[in-house]
Write a protein that binds this ligand. Structure first.
Ligand code: PLP
Length: 358
C-alpha cells in the first residue's frame, strides 16, 4: 500500500504516472530499451523531449516569444544563473525577500551583482508581504526577482508585482498549481521535484528577448542562450526526468489543465486550513491573505507534543509532516499529486490527535 506523502520535495508523484512509467520501463514503446538507455540524440528521445515541451506550452499557454529550457542544477543553480544571464557590471537588480528561498537567492545575487532589496518580510518572521506601494524600487533595474510561493514558510503572493523591468520568478513550489499569465514574466524557473517530476531537472521559461544578455565570462552550462540554441541538449540532459515530467504534464491535461488543478488544490487547502482555524490546538502563523495553496505549516499548542504527533502520524501512514529544520513545527505539502483523500486522512488524524491530547 502507498502511504499519504506530504513531503515538501522530492514530493509525491501521481500514481497513474508511476504506473505508466512502470509498464514501459523495460521497453519504451518497442524501442527495445528503457528511456534511461536511449541516446539523447536518438529520434525516440528527441520526440519525448519535444512532446514534454509541447504539453507544458499548452498547459501554461506559453507563446513562441518564450524559450522553454530543461536545465540541471536545481532552482539553486538558477539563483546564480539569473544574475549571470541578465545583469552586466554596473547594473542594479531588485530582489524581494519573503522567506528562506528568496533569501538564498539574495545571497547568491549579492555575490554576482549589485542588489537592492526592494522589500523584506524578515521582521515579521516571513509571515506577511509588504504592500507593493511601500517597496523601494530601483529605476532601470536589470530585473526584479521574487519567489511567488515560499515553500518553507508557506507564504504565497496573492498578486503578481507590477514591474517595468523584467520580472523573474522562482516558481519551484507553485508552478502548475494554478493558472498564471506567462506574458507578465521575463523568466520563470522551477526545480522539478515539487510539482513537476523527479529531482535533477529544472525548467526555465525565458522570454527570447532576454537571451543574449549574458556576461561574457558566464560558464556555458549556465548560459540560457547556449541551452536555447541547442534545444537543451548542449550536453546530456536529465533524460528520465524529462520523460517523467512529460507524463505528468499529460496527466494534468487529462484532468482538465490548470483551472482544474486550481479547483482541486483550493479544495484541499480549504479543508486543511479550515480544520486549523476551527481549532485552538493547531495554528498557522501566516497572514491569511498570503497563505500558501501548496505548503501548509502548522504548530501544535504545546510543542512538547511534536514528537508524538509525528510518530503517531507515521503509524497512520501519513509521512513527512515535520516542518523545515529552520522553522520547526509541522508542514503538510499538498502539491498537485496529493489527492483530496490524503488530505481527508490527515484531517481525520489531526482531529483524533487533538481529542486525545488537547
Ligand atoms: C525547493 C526550492 C528551491 C531549491 O530547489 P533545488 O532544486 O533543491 O535547488 C528553491 N526555491 C524554492 C521556492 C524551492 O521550493
Amino acid at each position: 500500500m502507498r502511504a499519504h506523502n506530504f513531503c515538501a520535495g522530492p514530493a509525491a508523484l501521481p500514481v497513474a504516472v508511476l504506473e505508466r512509467a512502470q509498464t514501459e520501463l523495460l521497453n519504451w514503446e518497442g524501442a527495445g530499451a528503457s528511456v534511461m538507455e536511449l541516446s539523447h540524440r536518438s529520434p525516440e528521445f528527441v520526440g519525448i523531449a519535444e512532446r514534454a515541451e509541447a504539453a507544458l506550452r499548452r498547459l501554461m499557454n506559453i507563446s513562441d516569444d518564450y524559450a522553454v529550457l530543461f536545465q540541471q542544477g536545481g532552482a539553486s543553480q538558477q539563483f546564480a544563473s539569473v544574475p549571470l544571464n541578465l545583469s552586466s557590471p554596473g547594473d542594479v537588480v531588485d530582489q524581494v525577500v519573503t522567506g528562506q528561498w528568496s533569501k538564498k537567492a539574495l545571497a547568491e545575487g549579492r555575490r554576482l551583482t549589485q542588489v537592492n532589496v526592494a522589500s523584506s518580510s524578515e521582521s515579521s518572521n516571513f509571515s506577511t508581504i509588504e504592500p507593493e506601494a511601500n517597496w523601494s524600487r530601483t529605476n532601470n533595474a536589470a530585473y526584479l526577482h521574487y519567489c511567488p510561493n515560499e515553500t518553507i514558510g508557506g507564504l504565497e503572493f496573492s498578486f503578481v508585482p507590477e514591474s517595468n523591468s523584467p520580472l523573474v520568478a522562482d516558481m519551484s513550489s507553485t508552478i502548475l498549481s494554478r493558472p498564471v499569465d506567462v506574458s507578465q514574466f521575463g523568466v520563470i524557473y522551477a526545480g522539478a521535484q515539487k510539482n513537476i517530476g523527479p529531482a535533477g531537472l529544472c525548467i526555465v521559461i525565458v522570454e527570447k528577448e532576454l537571451l543574449g544578455r549574458a556576461r561574457a565570462d558566464i560558464p556555458a552550462m549556465l548560459n540560457w542562450q547556449t541551452a536555447a540554441d541547442n534545444d537543451s541538449m548542449y550536453n546530456t540532459p536529465p533524460t528520465f526526468g524529462i520523460y517523467l515530467s512529460g507524463l505528468v504534464f499529460e496527466w494534468i491535461e487529462s484532468l482538465g489543465g490548470l483551472d482544474a488543478m486550481y479547483e482541486r488544490n483550493k479544495r484541499k487547502a480549504d479543508t486543511l486550513y479550515g480544520l486549523i482555524d476551527a481549532s485552538d490546538f493547531y495554528a498557522n502563523p501566516v497572514d491569511p491573505q498570503y497563505r500558501s495553496l501548496m505548503n501548509v505549516p502548522f504548530t501544535l499548542a504545546d510543542d512538547a507534543l511534536d514528537k508524538l504527533f509525528l510518530s503517531r502520524a507515521e503509524e497512520a501512514q501519513l509521512l513527512n509532516l515535520k516542518g523545515h529544520r529552520s522553522v520547526g513545527g509541522m508542514r503538510a505539502s499538498i502539491y498537485n499529486a496529493v489527492e483530496q483523500s490524503s488530505v481527508d486522512a490527515l484531517c481525520e488524524f489531526m482531529h483524533r490527535f487533538e481529542k486525545e491530547n488537547g
